[in-house]
Design a protein around this ligand. Structure first.
Ligand code: ATP
Ligand code: MG
Length: 404
């Protein structure tokens, strides 16, 4: 499909935003422009409640489609063949060319080979065209049948496999028929910013993706504990963040060295509470990084009951460590559902690489599953006067990497 010069972008939810609609549309256009910059010269414009992407230079069709189908806000993408002049002959030629490219034997369509039912639907925005919509439907339908009927093409006006849309607008005609599904959601940048706690596991990349999908710009924080955790473990987190960034846009990753804090907890607190206390400090650091970077919430990949630190009691005690909102989009999902989600977005294979996590190295054999706030507070008293300075230092020395 290299001759496609234009795409029509379908978006759904943006359309419900009333007066703010243009803000969402403009942000979506901006996201599209940014993502396609390295791929060629494209004109991205808003026109009568639609977004058109027109290629002004050569480009790699597969690469561009792969990128566009990862932009939040896009529900579907229609490759368009353009009739450069508003004459019947020109529109017909565009329709025939469109069919060859979309449904030829080499195409990636499920209907390749022309053996399917279709219907033509014309929208005549430019009313000056001498034929009316019905006449165009009939004529284009007739011409398509004439060429492809012998290969199995047939008309079904009630439940066609393929709806061929013909639009006459301004001084051009547009023909499209395929909708390549996009990820849906809202354009990133239309809904504030959040700080995601990103580990190398399966859950937190999915959580990051889910919040970004609602239009939220993401930053991320990763706590590592060298030499107890390896450079490979950090690389894995960066790789996961980079995969999510293909959807969410560039992610600013804060890499926080947690070793001294972890040892301080280990030396001073009961070992069955290590994970809870460590998580509380993760949250406190994340909250401070969030505040310093204009983020309005923190995000984690926790799910009720998955491990001891994710019981209702544990989550409550961890939550109480911070004032800012904590979003846990996978909270009600089963592990298998999160796994399937991660497979769909492409993070799964990386998540299951076997590098150690700082949580797993210091975990007790019998961690508390129903921690009491009082008892955690008593344990944390042992950290007073020792851990504050370590926390400040960890924040000051955090390394920043842009993932894109
Ligand atoms: P994940 O699959 O996301 O690693 P998990 O099932 O391993 O989660 P936990 O280890 O209890 O569960 O972590 C719960 C959440 O805490 C993670 O989803 C993540 O948001 C955060 N988290 C855990 N470890 C780290 C870390 N080293 N750095 C940053 N965030 C972390
Ligand atoms: Mg983990």
């Amino acid at each position: 499909m290299n001759n496609i010069k234009m795409f029509l972008v379908r978006y759904a939810e943006i359309g419900t935003k009333g007066k703010n609609r243009y803000v969402f549309e403009d942000m979506l256009c901006k996201r599209i422009r940014n993502r396609l910059k390295p791929n060629g010269d494209f004109d991205v414009r808003r026109d009568f409640g639609r977004i058109y992407i027109e290629a002004l230079s050569d480009y790699d069709y597969d690469e561009v489609v792969a990128k566009l189908t990862k932009i939040f806000g896009i529900v579907g993408l229609c490759p368009v063949t353009v009739a450069e002049e508003l004459t019947y002959e020109c529109i017909r030629d565009a329709a025939l060319e469109h069919f060859d490219e979309s449904f030829g034997p080499d195409s990636d369509s499920e209907y390749n080979g022309f053996n399917f039912s279709f219907k033509v639907h014309t929208r005549r925005v430019n009313k000056e065209f001498p034929m009316n919509s019905m006449e165009i439907d009939m004529e284009i339908g007739h011409d398509l049948l004439e060429k492809y009927e012998s290969e199995g093409l047939h008309v079904d006006v009630h439940k066609p496999d393929v709806m061929v849309e013909v639009e006459l607008r301004g001084d051009k005609g547009y023909v499209y028929s395929r909708i390549i599904p996009g990820p849906g959601g809202l354009p990133v940048g239309t809904n504030g910013k959040a700080m995601s706690l990103l580990s190398g596991g399966i859950d937190s990349p999915v959580a990051t993706y889910m919040i970004a999908k609602r239009g939220v710009e993401m930053e991320a924080v990763y706590f590592n504990s060298p030499p107890y955790t390896s450079a490979r473990a950090q690389e894995k987190v960066e790789k996961l963040g980079t995969i999510v960034a293909q959807y969410a846009g560039p992610i600013k990753l804060h890499i926080v060295n947690f070793t001294d804090i972890q040892l301080c907890i280990y030396d001073n607190c009961p070992h069955d509470q290590l994970t809870i206390i460590m998580k509380r400090i993760f949250f406190q650091i994340a909250e401070r990084l969030a505040a310093a970077n204009d983020c309005q919430a923190i995000v984690t990949g926790e799910s009720i009951g998955q491990v001891s630190s994710q019981t209702m009691q544990s989550l409550g005690v961890i939550d109480a460590a911070v004032d800012c909102p904590v979003y846990r989009p996978v909270i009600g999902m089963d592990k298998q559902e999160i796994v399937e989600y991660s497979q769909r977005i492409g993070t799964f294979e990386t998540s299951i690489e076997p590098y150690e996590d700082c949580c797993t190295i210091f975990v007790d054999k019998h961690p508390v599953t129903k921690p009491k706030m009082k008892s955690i507070e008593i344990s944390e008293k042992h950290l007073v006067g020792k851990v504050e300075e370590l926390i400040d230092k960890a924040i000051e020395t955090a390394e920043i990497k842009w993932l894109k």
